[in-house]
Design a protein around this ligand. Structure first.
Ligand code: ADP
Ligand code: MG
Length: 274
């Protein structure tokens, strides 16, 4: 990694939804790859013990590799845990190993337990990353709370399926609590619709309901359900590397452009979007 001045408008997004299988990890790695293709430098912090984001980015994450676990407990600096993805010179990852599985419990008795990731990431203030994307586990425990404290934006992936909004209310209440007590800057800046199946009426109904609820926070780009998207991690790749011309890749490219354009708006008038 390169030591360059911190970009004036580095954005840190936490990708959260306590429901499993809604596309958090898929969105984290493919958004990261899409942003990198635009010339932006992106760091993905893998906070899920499953390490699926680390797998998709092609970085080492067997037990013992310096990872988000050692960073959280203060054994290793964030800088020392960063690896470059073999697929892009602008894509970096702090991996998660299975060692993170016990962290949720270990953190309970630690000093400043909710702010440990935020503190650790200040180590990267002089590193040239335009975006930091934090991939959360499917729960609202201390790992997700650490992610919410370390970010200013939340990106919520919502699967275009039955019960899509189930649990979102609970997530929003947690975000409000973190905002009130730990991180006043936190806000839901972005919602992305995933696994959209245009052949079903249901997908459209869900999309409409989500847009009614979240308004402009919802990206116009919608991610279709696509076999290529689900195959890519098996090859240690994002879909943008695995099949760049596929609909899944194109839709994540569009989503990445929208996300970056929003920061351009924020830069030009000095206000925070949303
Ligand atoms: P989460 O991180 O929220 O648990 P994942 O990103 O791991 O969810 O996605 C859950 C599963 O769905 C994975 O097997 C993934 O490959 C698959 N998947 C995600 N997005 C898509 C998509 N757009 N089309 C098809 N399969 C997808
Ligand atoms: Mg995941």
């Amino acid at each position: 990694s390169v030591a360059l001045p911190k970009p004036a408008h580095r954005r840190t997004l936490t990708i959260a939804n306590q429901k499993g299988g809604v596309g958090k990890t898929t969105t984290a790695v493919n958004m990261a790859a899409a942003l990198a293709l635009q010339g932006l430098t992106v760091l993905v912090v893998d906070l899920d013990p499953q390490g699926n984001a680390s797998t998709a980015l092609g970085v080492e994450h067997h037990s013992g590799v310096p990872s988000s676990y050692e960073v959280l407990i203060g054994e290793v600096s964030a800088r020392a845990a960063i690896q470059q993805s073999p697929h892009s010179e602008r894509l970096f990852c702090i991996p998660a190993t299975i060692d993170l599985a016990g962290a949720e419990i270990e953190l309970v008795s630690m000093v400043a337990r909710e702010g440990r990731l935020k503190t650790a990431l200040t180590d990267l203030d002089d590193i040239d990353a335009d975006f930091v994307l934090i991939d959360c586990p499917p729960s609202l425990g201390l790992l997700t709370v650490n992610a919410l404290v370390a970010a200013s934006e939340v990106l919520i992936p919502i699967q275009c399926e039955y019960y899509a909004l189930e649990g979102v209310g609970q997530l929003l209440r947690n975000i409000e609590l973190v905002q009130a007590h730990l991180n006043p800057a936190l806000h839901v800046s972005t919602v992305i619709l995933t696994m959209y199946d245009g052949r079903t009426k249901l997908a459209d109904q869900v999309a409409e309901e989500v847009r009614k609820h979240f308004g402009d926070a919802v990206l116009r780009a919608v991610i279709p359900r696509s076999v290529k998207v689900s195959e890519a991690p098996g090859y240690g790749m994002t879909v943008l590397d695995y099949d760049p011309g596929s609909r899944g890749a194109m839709s994540y490219l569009d989503a990445g452009r929208e996300l970056a354009a929003r920061s351009a708006v924020a830069t030009s008038d000095g206000t925070q979007e949303q």
